[in-house]
Design a protein around this ligand. Structure first.
Ligand SMILES: Nc1nc2c(c(=O)[nH]1)N[C@H]1C(S)=C(S)[C@@H](COP(=O)(O)OP(=O)(O)OC[C@H]3O[C@@H](n4cnc5c(=O)[nH]c(N)nc54)[C@H](O)[C@@H]3O)O[C@H]1N2
Ligand SMILES: Nc1nc2c(c(=O)[nH]1)N[C@H]1C(S)=C(S)[C@@H](COP(=O)(O)OP(=O)(O)OC[C@H]3O[C@@H](n4cnc5c(=O)[nH]c(N)nc54)[C@H](O)[C@@H]3O)O[C@H]1N2
Ligand code: SF4
Ligand SMILES: [Mo]
Length: 721
């Protein structure tokens, strides 16, 4: 019997930190401990509260362990937690794969392959698990392509429109900063490994400013919390520019050398006086002046912009405008200065080989398939024609809980004529709608390779334990399924090791990116599981400063304040504040409160929400509507009262939590599973399918609602907390 050992894995949850996780395995092959790798410079030996308890998840008695089929006569829809299994019957993998292959073939023959819709997101951000064999499979099938917009395309496309590439200030450089702005970034809740870096900076004299409508834990610990009205960041950033340019605080030589469209931007910013901006943002004009001046005159200054500001209808422009600030002040030149949204653009995986879009030409379509925006899933399932969606294949995601405009999504998923496959670890809300349910492995049970969007290390995630029950990895599932469909291309037989080699271009050193040159599975393992990207400057003992100098990979080769590419798409080439349609600034409606349907600090989107240990940590916020004292008083609502929160899209029931963590006019609640929410729906019942101005993203944080106290009659309904 093998002796106890430790295996290097990587946390594959959708989190910027991508922690190095050491898993201890006992003689029987069972994982007994997970810990953050002390040798990883960003993980620094600790894990977040969610993943520190990871063995509760891996060995949960609720894990999905076998393939299952919906029992005849059982309609699709919500199942009570713990009793889901009664709706299904166990089948073998052979039978499951044969059934799926036969159904997909029939549907493809009758309606065309584009009637098949894959739906996946970031259940795992491992390179293989996120997108490799699955993409090959759906490309070869000719299935509709999914535009994966639900999280970050607004901000990502915006950043690229300014700088050409998704790079940012190194997390490890934050201790050098002296002015740190967390802008729409819940560092403590969502990005905890940045926190020690910020704290080190503060010990060295840095000031931390948080710009967030909600008083997060990060905001409570900051030197200055600026409670901005939701959806008004464009105005604030333009107001800061106004002050910076009015007072001549910009870095004229950096601008002259590196940017495009400065004169036009200056003219645009001139209209955004602090007084005007104050009316939209709710921030006093004097504070806008102070923030702008402190930001522009303290060196080095860094902005941790996260994806919170781009979940508004004007979120693309918001990210674009904020991203321009360090280009005006030249902050990029300094160690510890600049901005970080994402570092993911530093990792140049061979996506073309991994995903093989060319296989679409070998499909019955013989052309590229249509593209369906995942943020419009409700419409896709109920309104799309030519062809309508007849099969839905869900993996790495829980759309019944996370997709906006939930009632339309669930109506679509409940269609008896829709053939639905769900590959999952648990009986999620989405599993309740499956015809065939397949068990998936966790990151301890399969192999992968991973980059990060919050640091610059490539990591190998080794398989630590055998799959539980009959669980299979995404790679194994789609490889098997391809054989059943009769796809003969050799790429469908590639193993995880083959795919890792392809991702790293191990056999084509001449095509390897310089930053990943020479990296192989073997070198990663030899280095203890992770290797830093090889930045040329660091070889010379100089820090990696991504945008200190040009050229920039934009159309003009410069940082683009003015974007001809956006103009060509009919968009404003310069930033302008256009309030979201669904906001207090534009809409005259019965709904006067802005709703923030937030992420839970102790869950990962909808992941972990079903685990008792995690529920305890999150309990103080579960199924509560948080509101400001004045909004509660105006509606006769007291702490703990049962309230209804509603708009045209639906009504939720919760208990009121009345406090000062939000500005007046803004209410908030947190994402949970539907089946764990009173009434059977979570916050996404109230969100809309409106898309962001850039990137076609979801607009969770542009939602208007009204709230009322539940009357005595309504209180007779079963108690929900
Ligand atoms: N604990 C935990 N960690 C997570 C996740 C999780 O669910 N739980 N999710 C992971 C995922 S998928 C992602 S994408 C990242 C995202 O991490 P973040 O980008 O930090 O995402 P959010 O929590 O959506 O938004 C951050 C903050 O923006 C604020 N905000 C909302 N609207 C506005 C606005 O109009 N302006 C400004 N300035 N701020 C606004 C919110 O109140 C929130 O506190 O986190 C990852 N990490
Ligand atoms: N109201 C509101 N809605 C939101 C957000 C919000 O802040 N507020 N955030 C949005 C954002 S930023 C995001 S990224 C999305 C996230 O939406 P999703 O990507 O759907 O994220 P999760 O809810 O974490 O669900 C991921 C699922 O994948 C499964 N999974 C994990 N690993 C694997 C694997 O290896 N194979 C397979 N087959 N399955 C696996 C997990 O068990 C889990 O159920 O939600 C969005 N929805
Ligand atoms: S969820 Fe994020 S912070 Fe937690 S272990 Fe995973 S990567 Fe690290
Ligand atoms: Mo996300």
């Amino acid at each position: 019997m093998p002796a106890a050992k430790t295996v290097h894995t990587v946390c594959s949850h959708d989190c910027p930190d991508s922690c190095a996780v050491l898993v201890t395995i006992d003689e029987a092959g069972r994982a007994t401990r997970v810990q953050g790798d002390p040798k990883h410079p960003v993980t620094q030996g600790f894990l977040c509260g969610k993943v520190a308890k990871y063995l509760d998840r891996v060995y949960s008695p609720d894990r999905l362990l076998y393939p299952m089929r919906r029992r005849r006569g059982v309609t699709k829809g919500p199942l009570p937690q713990g009793r889901e299994i009664e709706a299904f019957e166990r089948i073998s993998w052979d039978e499951a794969l044969d059934t799926i292959a036969a159904n997909l073939q029939t549907i493809s023959d009758e309606h065309g392959p584009e009637s098949i819709l894959p739906y996946s997101y970031a259940g795992t951000i491992g390179v293989l698990g996120y997108g490799s064999m699955d993409r090959r499979f759906f490309h070869r099938l000719g299935a509709s392509q999914l535009d994966r917009t639900i999280c970050s395309t607004a901000g990502g496309d915006a950043l690229v429109s300014v700088y050409g590439r998704k790079l940012g200030t190194d997390t490890e450089h934050f201790p050098h900063a002296r002015y740190i702005i967390a802008w729409g970034a819940n560092v403590h809740g969502n990005n905890i490994h940045l926190w020690p870096m910020i704290e080190e900076g503060r010990r060295n004299g840095a000031k931390l400013i948080v710009i967030d409508p909600y008083k997060t834990r990060t905001a409570r610990l900051a030197d200055w919390h600026i409670a901005i009205n939701p959806g008004t960041d464009v105005a604030l950033a333009l107001g800061m520019m106004h002050v910076i340019l009015r007072d001549g605080l910009e870095d004229a030589s950096y601008i002259a050398e590196n940017t495009h469209g400065f004169a036009e931007l200056k003219q645009r910013a001139a209209g955004y006086t602090p007084e005007r901006v104050s009316q939209w943002t709710g921030i006093p004009a004097a504070d806008i002046e102070c923030l702008a001046r402190e930001y522009a005159t303290t060196t080095p200054s860094v902005i941790r912009m996260n994806y919170g500001i781009q979940r508004s209808q004007n979120g693309g422009t918001a990210a674009r405008t904020v991203a321009m600030l360090p280009a005006l002040t030249g902050a990029w030149k300094h160690l510890g200065g600049g901005l970080q949204l994402s570092t993911s653009g530093a990792f140049s995986w061979d996506k073309v080989t991994l995903e093989r879009p060319d296989l679409m030409l070998a499909s019955p379509l013989q052309r590229h398939a249509r593209i369906v925006n995942m943020s419009e899933l409700g419409r896709a399932l109920t309104e799309l024609s030519d062809p309508p969606v007849k099969a839905l294949f869900v993996y790495n995601s829980n759309p019944a809980a996370v997709a906006p405009d939930q009632s339309q999504v669930l109506r679509g998923m409940a269609r008896p004529d829709l053939f639905t496959v769900v590959h999952e670890q648990f009986f999620t809300d989405t599993a309740d709608y499956a015809d065939i349910l397949l068990p998936a492995t966790t990151f301890l049970e399969h192999k992968d390779v991973q980059g990060a969007y919050g640091h610059y290390y490539v990591q190998i995630s080794n398989q630590a334990i055998a799959p539980l029950g009959e669980a299979r990895s995404n790679v194994a599932l789609f490889s098997e399924l391809a054989q059943r469909m009769g796809f003969t291309e050799p790429c469908f037989r590639d193993t995880a090791d083959d795919l890792i080699a392809q991702a790293l271009r191990t056999s084509q050193p001449e095509k390897q990116d310089k930053w990943m040159a020479g990296m192989t599975e073997a070198t990663l393992n030899a280095a203890g599981g992770h290797q830093r990207l090889q930045f040329a400057s660091e070889k010379d003992g100089q820090p990696f400063l991504p945008f200190a100098t040009g050229p920039f990979p934009t159309p003009s080769g410069r940082i683009e304040f003015f974007s001809e590419a956006l103009a060509a798409k009919g968009l404003d080439p310069l930033p302008a504040f256009v309030p979201p349609e669904e906001s207090r600034h534009t809409r005259q409606s019965a709904y006067s409160l802005e709703f923030l349907p937030r992420k839970a600090d102790h869950y990962m989107n909808s992941t972990f929400a079903n685990l008792p240990g995690h529920q305890v940590m999150e309990a103080a916020h579960t199924n509560y509507l948080e509101m400001h004292t004045s909004d509660a008083a105006a509606r006769g609502i007291c702490e703990g009262d049962k309230v209804e929160i509603f708009n045209d899209r639906g009504t939720l029931q919760m208990n009121a939590h009345v406090h000062g963590h939000l500005p007046p006019g803004v209410v908030a609640s947190r994402l949970n599973w539907n089946k764990l929410s009173p009434g059977g729906n979570n916050v996404n019942l109230l969100t809309s399918q409106a898309l962001t101005d850039i990137g076609g993203g979801a607009t969770f944080y542009s939602t208007l609602v009204e709230v009322r106290k539940v009357t005595a009659v309504a209180a007779k309904t079963p108690s929900f907390r």
